[in-house]
Design a protein around this ligand. Structure first.
Ligand code: ADP
Length: 288
């Protein structure tokens, strides 16, 4: 397959690596021809599961779309692909055309999730490492994103082989957002995620503190749960930017479970605005 995405002679896809087999070179060209039409690739990471990584990935992707960008959302979390549930896509299958898979369109965001191809939630649990990597690779090679300003990637949790493979396959990741809860015990996880990014030369865009405060559904008041600035303190100690804080908000939890996008309907609440605040420094950085 010839990659015609750009006409740059120095494009990495035009040079075959000395160790590469024919198959590997063909696969890399196919992968690059998909990914090089995407201007910015943002990885959403967390040191462990359950801290709200997918919630943040979904709402940041839709906030970017609301800000006028062409956006894709890619869920590579093979063991806990929660994005189909969060977007009400369970049971839907992306359509195939001879050239690849067409992402689903949700309110103007192109969405693709490994979960859309699993027969049941437990299927991936029995797969061995190489099979999982093969599935992720095939998946990345075959999705037809077209031209995008941003691709938001929901990474598998932790810092093990699966997020590592995702980063290596995608290659030039613009930067990573690390999601954490604000307790001091989370410091270890944040540190691991930062080391992971440094090892792979992925710039850390910053840390997002999730559920460090409580947004009252009755009066809208936001109350700190761990005292002032716990998230800032963690990122300050680690020497990475602090991007902002998202309150624990019962309405947000309800929307995730109901398959609805919170920022589409509640973009102007304190919680909704917290997502656009997090994006501000990232967009400013990208506009420089
Ligand atoms: P992860 O991707 O880190 O495993 P999820 O994004 O799937 O975590 O979130 C885990 C659960 O916590 C989900 O049920 C989600 O709705 C809920 N949740 C995450 N962030 C918030 C929040 N800020 N307020 C309320 N519920 C939240």
């Amino acid at each position: 397959m010839e990659c015609n995405s750009c006409n740059q002679e120095d494009c990495a896809a035009k040079k075959r690596g000395s160790e590469e087999t024919d198959k590997e070179y063909e696969e890399r060209k196919r992968l690059y021809s998909r990914l090089c039409r995407i201007k910015k690739k943002i990885l959403v990471l967390s040191g462990k599961g359950g801290v709200g990584k997918s919630t943040v990935a979904v709402n940041l992707a839709f906030s970017l779309r609301k800000a006028g960008y062409k956006v894709g959302l890619l869920d590579t979390d093979i063991h806990g692909p929660s994005i189909p549930t969060m977007l009400g896509l369970n049971g839907k299958r992306p359509s195939m055309d001879p050239d690849g898979m067409v992402p689903l369109d949700v309110h103007g965001v192109k969405v693709m999730s490994v979960g859309l191809f699993l027969r049941d939630e437990d299927e991936a649990v029995i797969w061995r490492g190489p099979l999982k990597m093969g599935v992720i690779k095939q998946f990345l090679m075959d999705v037809k994103w077209g031209d995008l300003d941003y691709l938001v990637i929901d990474s598998p949790p932790g810092t093990g082989d699966e997020p590592l493979s995702v980063c290596q396959l995608i290659g030039d990741i613009t930067g990573a957002i690390i999601v954490t809860t604000p307790q001091r015990v989370s410091e270890v996880d944040v540190r691991k995620s930062i080391t992971f990014c440094q090892r792979l030369n992925v710039p850390v865009l910053g840390v997002v503190e999730n559920m460090g405060s409580f947004a009252c559904p009755k009066c809208g008041e936001v109350t700190k749960l761990w005292g002032e600035g716990a998230g800032q303190k963690i990122s300050g100690d680690m020497g990475v930017p602090f991007l902002g804080s998202i309150p624990l908000d019962p309405q947000l939890a309800y929307f995730c479970d109901a398959g609805k996008v919170f920022v589409e309907e509640f973009g102007e609440t304190a919680t909704g605005r917290s997502f656009s605040e997090i994006l501000k420094p990232i967009l400013e950085r990208d506009q420089k």
